[in-house]
Ligand binder design. Structure first.
Ligand code: ZN
Length: 76
């Protein structure tokens, strides 16, 4: 478990982003224009999207911590 300690997000925020909800997914997808943020392929059918947690914390589902990818192999 890692803790992302920026110090500017309170407990309410952490609770709110504990799970990857549909509206969070939508926000991330709209921001990336429904494209993979690595290879820019457009999402369609079985072609993703998968969501990667940039800081590695699965409990931190803020849109700023998420990237949309076309396939899980692109995770580092
Ligand atoms: Zn891709």
């Amino acid at each position: 478990m890692s803790f992302f300690g920026t110090g500017n997000s309170g407990n309410i925020d952490k609770k709110k982003y504990e799970s990857l909800t549909l509206s969070i997914r939508q926000t991330v997808l709209e921001r990336s224009h429904h494209r993979c943020q690595k290879c820019s392929v457009k999402f369609r059918g079985s072609n993703g999207p998968f969501f990667e947690h940039i800081n590695g914390s699965l409990k931190d589902n803020r849109p700023s911590n998420l990237r949309s990818l076309c396939c899980q192999k692109e995770r580092e």
